[in-house]
Design a protein around this ligand. Structure first.
Ligand code: HEM
Length: 457
């Protein structure tokens, strides 16, 4: 076998492949990572896997399928310092101590930017559009929306949509049916979130859902492709080759039709008046977009981005939680009883959901063990930055935290790798449970599934 590689006629091709590959990597390091071949300013920070000029590309490939193991190794070895991980186009410095988490929570956007970090790591300027991170006004619209009383009152709408989606997806007349759990979670989550964001009939349109699904897949693919292409080519590629302007056009058409349907009939006009709870989000987004030249196209871009960030994270969370339930069916009656007691006392409302302590603990524990991201709290240093312990990072450095490894740390959780559904429900031995001091939606330095600080959702 070995001898066939050293035959005189195969040697030139082998040499050609090796030289070609080396040339590509050297060029890639120079143009895309913007590093010199022999040294980088991060040389004094230990790496996980191979960190050499060429070998770091192998580590970057391994990170695609083995990230969790690599991050846990790095966390174990360098918990109180830092380690670096290579992506194809950049290095990321990973910190994990609690004080640094507090430091990034306190840092301003002008010091450490989450938006710019996400844009650079995920190449969102290419897929979601540079405008999204240059002027992220939609984030304020989302914040206001989720604290809005009208939205909170739309539980009837939410419940109606979950029931509608479930009855469409699960045939109740059959005793047994084969259902793809991931697809089911994605559809239920998408349709119910869309009921809040755009209302009926758009939230039920198959075209709307499939457009958003295709868009999300394209965003994920583009992240990997763009990591191999120099930045100066992103704009021309987006302009002439990218599918993204096409998605925005299709979304614009759907929004146009939706607005048309909404204003056409008296009944629809009434139900979609600005006072109507079904219409709160789109109205707020339209108002925030008013100063832009092409309002519908701008709104479409924001809506695609919002659906992308909200749907995949929530669907995965639901999928993981349902899988846990399938593995421990004895939990079903306990959770069902809590839910039924709460809705009997307070109906389907914000207040009754706040009182479902066991459910909260169950989902939080499921998130702790099966999170949707391995590293998070990514930030880019917009200027030289000094942490409270004196550690300095220079302008342009990308940093992140190994969230999953923190969740698996025995110092943070007893028996950290075991699933204990009521871990976060206080006074679990003496029912009824009391309000948890750490509900799922209150992130702290030991539970970082939603990030921390002002960027938390
Ligand atoms: C289980 C569901 C979800 C998970 C696990 C999740 C997780 C996260 C994480 C880890 C971050 C980064 C935070 C940081 O860097 O400190 C984030 C940011 C964000 N999430 Fe979520 N998220 C979820 C649901 C949602 C939903 C439903 C929305 C609603 C639209 C949303 C909108 C956002 C936005 C807009 C940001 C960026 C915030 C900013 O940069 O200021 N997320 N999310």
């Amino acid at each position: 076998m070995l001898s066939s590689w050293t035959q005189p006629d195969t040697l030139p091709s082998l040499l050609f492949v090796v030289c070609g590959l080396s040339f590509f990597i050297v060029l890639h390091r120079k143009v895309i990572r913007k590093e010199s071949f022999f040294t980088t300013k991060l040389d004094n920070i230990p790496g996980i896997g191979w960190s050499g000029a060429l070998a770091s590309y192998l580590t970057a490939i391994r990170f695609l399928y083995d990230a969790q193991v690599m991050l846990e190794n790095g966390y174990r070895r360098h918990h109180n310092s830092a380690f670096k991980i290579p992506f194809f186009d950049k290095w990321v410095i990973v910190f994990s101590d609690e004080n640094k988490i507090q430091d990034i929570r306190r840092a301003s956007n002008e010091q450490l930017s989450a938006t710019v970090a996400l844009q650079e790591l995920m190449h969102f300027d290419f897929s979601l559009g540079a405008e999204i991170s240059e002027d992220p006004y939609h984030v304020a619209v989302i914040t206001r929306f989720f604290s809005d009383q009208k939205m909170r009152l739309n539980f009837a709408g939410l419940l109606d949509e979950v029931e509608t989606a479930l009855s469409e997806q699960i045939p109740i007349n059959k005793e047994r049916a084969k259902i793809n759990a991931w697809e089911l979670c994605r559809i239920i989550m998408f349709q119910s979130q869309s009921r809040l964001f755009v209302g009926v009939p758009l939230c039920r349109k198959k075209e709307y859902m499939s457009l958003n699904t295709q868009y999300a897949v394209a965003v994920m693919l583009s992240i990997h492709i763009m990591r191999c292409i120099p930045k100066f080519l992103h704009k021309p590629i987006r302009r002439y080759l990218s599918p993204f302007p096409g998605y925005i056009q299709k979304m614009t058409k759907l929004l146009q039709d939706h607005a048309h349907v909404c204003s056409n009939t008296q009944e629809q006009r009434d139900s979609h008046s600005p006072e109507n709870i079904e219409n709160v989000f789109l109205t707020a987004l339209a108002q925030a977009t008013e100063s832009h030249k092409n309002i519908l196209s701008e709104m479409s871009m924001r809506l695609l981005a919002i659906n992308f960030v909200s749907n995949w994270t929530s669907s995965l969370t639901l999928n993981f939680a349902l899988s846990r339930l399938a593995l421990s069916p004895d939990l079903v009656p306990v959770l069902r009883q809590e839910v039924e007691t709460c809705i009997t006392l307070q109906g389907w409302s914000h207040a009754s959901i706040n009182n479902m302590y066991l459910l909260d603990s169950f989902i939080k524990e499921s998130q702790r063990l099966s999170g949707v991201v391995g590293i998070s709290l990514t930030r880019k240093a917009m200027k030289d930055f000094t942490f409270s312990d004196g550690t300095q990072i220079s302008k342009g450095t990308l940093i992140a935290f190994p969230v999953q490894a923190i969740h698996y740390d025995e110092k943070n959780y007893n028996n950290a790798r075991s699933f204990q559904p009521w871990r976060f429900a206080q006074d679990q031995d003496n029912p009824p449970p009391q309000a948890s001091p750490s509900p799922m939606t209150s992130p702290d330095t030991k539970f970082l599934e939603f990030g921390i600080g002002r960027h938390t959702w």
